[in-house]
Design a protein. Structure first.
Length: 338
């Protein structure tokens, strides 16, 4: 087997292990993951089996990452690495101060940083600081041979995860490193003034009824017209027809607790993997996670595994609306403030 074939085999095995890790640790079941990406049961089972029954290349990996909302190249990373942007620690930490100068390469008067490759920018930022291949390999969790190539401005192109790791440790701006834009120093300084932006669009959303979170009871919403309900919840929503429901039951615990409110947007399209409010024609009102539609039936699940999945025929459903957010009970107001 050639060296290239061996590298491809290793990359395919790594992707399969990462996909298996993603499904095991971030989803209730393989079926939930498959539904969230509108995937194929047989294909995902084969790709994520250990050892993999079917290998897949970079093109398929990038497509799965995009469908699942993962970080780019996250299926290439080592086991235990972040899958989502919010899982990466913020570089705003006093423990990791920037160690490179605030001058861009362009400001030296000779080179335009945007004309360089990411690996060439890495070389320009780290070599003057005396970063060794061993040090770089430890930070980026790659082999010393790859780190040596990077410090020479060569080798496989650095990924977003690599750039974030370098930003956290050496202070080099990940956007500059990947795109050549801005300064090589960190994008947000540690002593920057905190200037939060006001959230615009807040409005008082009427509470129009109650939703039973389990399927073991019948609740009827109160059928108040929008704007005339049992109090209000203060929340930003662009849907003028948005309404709130107070929840009872435990089938969505710990995601949604009894007494909390859900903000429902009837004009927002419903997608697989999202929470929805469903009212059946026999009067039941429930909050569930929408899985998929097949053969004229709608399939839903509860986060609490004590409650079995449930399905409805299309003719049994009166309405199914998208849930924008879960709001704490303290956000409830009895009336519009004067």
């Amino acid at each position: 087997m050639t060296e290239i074939d061996e590298l491809r085999k290793q990359a395919a095995a790594r992707r399969a292990a990462r996909l298996d890790e993603l499904i095991r640790t971030r989803f209730e079941s393989q079926a939930e993951f498959i539904s969230s990406i509108n995937g194929n049961q047989g294909e995902i089972s084969a790709l994520s089996s250990m050892p993999p029954k079917k290998s897949f290349g970079a093109v398929k990996a990038r497509r799965i990452e995009q469908q699942a909302g993962l970080l780019p190249d996250s299926l290439e990373a080592e086991l235990g690495s972040p899958f989502y942007a919010h899982e990466i620690d913020s570089p705003n930490s006093a423990a990791n101060p920037p160690v490179i100068a605030d001058l861009t390469i362009a400001e030296t008067g000779t080179i335009d940083a945007s004309s360089l490759t990411p690996n060439e920018r890495l070389k320009a930022a780290l070599v003057p600081q005396g970063v060794s291949a061993e040090m770089l390999a430890g930070v980026a969790k790659v082999g010393a041979d790859i780190a040596s190539q990077w410090l020479a401005g060569q080798g496989p192109e650095i990924t977003l995860l690599d750039a974030i790791a370098l930003q956290n440790t050496y202070g080099v701006n990940s956007v500059w490193l990947l795109k050549g834009k801005g300064d090589p120093g960190v994008a947000v300084r540690y002593n920057d003034e905190f200037r939060p932006k006001d959230v615009v669009g807040n409005k008082l959303i009427p509470v129009v009824g109650m939703a039973q979170l389990g399927d073991d009871g019948h609740w009827s919403d109160l059928e108040y017209p929008v704007g005339h309900g049992t109090g209000y919840v203060d929340f930003p929503s662009r849907d003028k027809a948005a309404y709130a429901l107070q929840c009872e039951g435990d089938s969505m615990s710990p995601r949604i607790e009894a007494g909390e409110f859900v903000i429902v947007e009837p004009n927002t399209p419903v997608k697989p993997g999202k929470n929805v409010m469903l009212r059946s024609k026999d009067g039941r009102v429930m909050v569930k996670k929408f899985l998929y539609k097949a053969a004229g039936r709608t399939y839903l699940i509860s986060i609490n595994k004590a409650h079995a999945p449930i399905s409805f025929a299309e003719e049994e459903i009166e309405k199914m609306h998208f849930i924008r957010a879960i709001v704490d009970a303290d956000s409830w107001l009895p009336d519009i403030p004067a």
